[in-house]
Design a binder for this molecule. Structure first.
Ligand SMILES: C[S@@+](CC[C@H](N)C(=O)[O-])C[C@H]1O[C@@H](n2cnc3c(N)ncnc32)[C@H](O)[C@@H]1O
Length: 298
């Protein structure tokens, strides 16, 4: 089953803003449903460039959407937006949408090591065919202080970061942590039961921290956003959907910075972030933490 996109109709409505043509970028192609919805709302003067850092995603969507001649899939990190557009000889765009994080397809693929129950090597690299540090490497090599800092900063795990880091360092003296299931259990045991949330797994923040670090998610978002603003035509829109406060803060602060002098390039369309309805959250649990922000190039 492909990924069910969050805030699909609302986000595409903001992106197109009644436009039927133009060059649109889906910076996080995923399973391709957002792109398909955009394509179905364009006439033959419109095209979509879909970018994803995950090669398996690109292969899947290239097949899924091969009947659309106005769709191009590009295997790249969207922080390289300028490189992608230069190669395609595109010098300005009419809008860009980013639906951040990972897809259900990536989460459900046991071998990728994103899920709490996975017994594969804990990897978490989104761009599997590339080199780079995996979560396994971080858990094996970072010293206790750096692990604590990582969990505090990228996981926003204020209270238990130190204890979890210390347990990891003790555990790896006998054997490195190999799998997500082992890490999830270690974290569960490090946090006293009375502090376990009923809503989320106790290891959620630790997994978030590792994923952000492994994939340089925050740096990619910041760079990608800045580049997108530079390529937007006047009236073109940026639509960003984020799933945790670190991402949302970057979107909010970047939009704010570029909506004020001396860098005034954007008009903020959503004064407050748009959230999914309760009905959507009931249908799709992934929607529960989503926030959408929209800005328009002046
Ligand atoms: C939530 S999914 C997108 C789902 C998509 N809207 C759909 O309809 O299926 C996020 C996707 O963005 C990709 N991604 C995350 N950060 C990226 C980045 N910096 N550059 C390119 N792709 C990225 C992930 O690999 C994943 O496939």
């Amino acid at each position: 089953m492909t990924h069910i996109p969050v805030l699909l109709e609302e986000s595409v409505e903001f992106l197109l803003n009644r436009r039927k043509g133009g060059t649109l970028i889906d910076a996080t192609l995923g399973g391709g449903s957002t792109t398909k919805f955009i394509l179905d709302n364009l006439d033959n003067t419109g095209r979509v460039i879909g970018i994803d850092r995950d090669k398996s995603t690109i292969e899947f969507v290239s097949k899924r959407l091969n009947s659309y001649s106005n769709f191009t899939a590009v295997w790249e990190n969207f922080r390289e937006l300028d490189v992608v557009l230069n190669k395609l000889q595109i010098d300005a765009i009419d809008g860009l949408i980013g639906d951040l994080g990972i897809s259900s397809m990536q989460l459900d693929d046991e071998s990728r090591g994103f899920g709490f129950k996975s017994t594969s090597r804990i990897d978490m690299r989104c761009d599997l065919n590339r080199t780079g540090t995996s979560a396994y490497d971080l858990l094996k090599d970072l010293d206790e202080k750096s692990l604590k800092k990582l969990f505090k900063e990228f996981g926003e795990e204020k209270r238990w970061a130190g204890r979890i880091a210390s347990e990891i360092v003790t555990q790896r003296l006998s054997k490195p942590i190999e799998t997500p299931a082992e890490l999830a259990e270690l974290v569960r045991e490090s946090i006293p039961i009375r502090f376990h949330s009923r809503r989320i797994h106790p290891a959620t923040k630790i997994f978030q921290a590792l994923r952000i670090a492994v994939n340089e998610e925050l740096e990619s978002l910041q760079e990608g956003l800045e580049k997108a603003i530079g390529f937007l035509k006047p009236g073109g829109r940026l639509v960003m959907i984020s799933y945790h406060s670190l991402e949302d803060r970057i979107v909010k602060q970047t939009f704010r910075k570029y909506s004020r002098d001396p860098d005034k390039l954007l008009r903020i369309i959503t004064k407050k972030p748009i959230l999914p309805t309760e009905e959507e959250v009931g249908r799709n649990r992934r929607a529960r933490s989503a926030k959408m922000r929209v800005a328009e190039r002046i």
